[in-house]
Design a protein around this ligand. Sequence first.
Ligand code: F6R
Length: 611
Amino acid sequence: MCGIVAYIGHRQAYPVIIKGLKRLEYRGYDSAGVALLNHGMKLYKKKGKVAALEETTLGQDLEGNIGIGHTRWATHGEPSDRNAHPHVSANGRLAMIHNGIIENYALLKQELVKKGYKFHSDTDTEVLLNFIEDIQKNNESTLEEALRIALKRVVGAYVIVLIDRDNPGTLIAARKGSPLVIGIGKGEHFLASDASPIIEYTKEVVYVNDYEIAIIKPDELILKNLGNERQTPFIQKLDLELAAIEKGGYDHFMLKEIFEQPSTIYDCLRGRLDVTQGTITMSGIQNNIDKIKNANRILIVACGTSWHAGLIAEYIIEELCRIPVEVEYASEFRYRNPVIHKGDMIIAISQSGETADTLVALENAKEQGAVILGIVNVVGSSIARLSHAGAYTHAGPEIGVASTKAFTAQLTVLTMVALMIAKERNAITHERYLHLLEELNDVPEKVKQVLGTAEHIQKVALKYKDVKDALYLGRGYNFPVALEGALKLKEISYIHAEGYPAAEMKHGPIALVDELLPVVFVATRDAYYEKIISNIQEIKARKGKVIAVITEADETITGMADDVLPVPEADELIAPIISTIPLQLFSYYIGVARGYDVDKPRNLAKSVTVE
Ligand code: F6R
């Protein structure tokens, strides 16, 4: 949520910042702004996307080798020019960008109002900024000292970056709970919420830790903790190519990412799954296998699409490993004082690795002694670093706000984890184990086949583009696929959609069914096949429209449904990775046909770093 970029060095800061903000727009896009220092401070802010900011700055003075920029996802105060960041302090000396939430801002604001401060925005950011300014003035301290004092009183999450009109050679940044990467160039530094604005300039980066303050000059980076002790920056090499964060000829990132899935799933399997040897190698899991295989219970903690992956993993792990699994919404888990037993293991699933609810839920659980296994996409992210062990999903950067390739990569990794545990526990026969290895190995090819039917999926999607509601139903492994299908449609097309276990329909939702309601069944051939056919008939008997994801050449359902989206046959345990693909494309084509920005759906942001 909110993207931040800052630059200090020998280049012009503005182009670096604008380009970076465009790369970070997936994090928020309701307003944007930039502040530059060059013989004084220049500030430009605009409601809307970064392109609107660019228009505002046409013909303006954009000179300066130091600057900060922000793209916003509103928390305090509506999206507007005045609530856009950067904010400037009362005396006009400091400018600041912020990603996160200052929870005690109201109290701090009261104190400042009593001292005569006036506020020009509704944001918590402006409050924190003036709080820092106030300390700096009263104590006659340096900005760094004032910041340190201020942060000791702040409750909440933040990455902040400050510039000081009277000290134009230094950027100051601090982090707690939200991500901050610093790129190290030759005589220049780049700051950003993730590495995407940085990679075209340098591959050497430092991930700033919680409670650290960074003092950055063109040729110097100093990290300190809040106790003013120097910390050694840990420089890492980025394993990311520029092409991975560009559209590569596709109309949208979402479409590119859907079509990348044969290769992202392959990348996820590569070097891990060996069908000929009959092995799965994931060192993060292997090194901790005793703790993992002896877990009394597994708790899966995640949000959104990642939570759906967790639901499918619950079915797979219980089936293969015979360990009880509970799947928790991180936002509920973190607040409800959950019972965590010795011997419980937590699997955290997160694409971004920065989701605030998931992160805090894990911190709490870790304090109580739980072992954390992270299934994360973004390398070096907070959740990856907090986990005791884990496996990366290797899906590459996911820029479309709606998760697609990260979901299928999560399922692939989770299935491999389940197979490793099952084998270690002797809970699976060798034949079944080998069969599932082969099935997993075939997934990239089968996904490719589904993508080959994109034109057909588009035709079907266009028939339903004007509906107001949709119901998604599935049973067993396909039930969470239905949930995920419904979520994708909501996010991308703004059509109200609900997912349900198909058998639950008659306990309520069936009342919605009429000739206008499309019901999407995930009805591939599995143990529930006969049952789901009955559910389809129940919908047809009430004149509902049925769209069914089926196993190819299924004449029975083809004869009943209004439209079918065939997928290749697969073991029921593996099938969700494949049957989710037509639902992603279905939502994509409807969203595009309705004229929406599918990469940046309204009100959403990719990385939810506020609770
Ligand atoms: C939906 C979507 C969100 C995320 C959720 C968790 O398409 O992208 O529901 O899945 O915000 O995010 P991560 O996986 O980054 O923790």
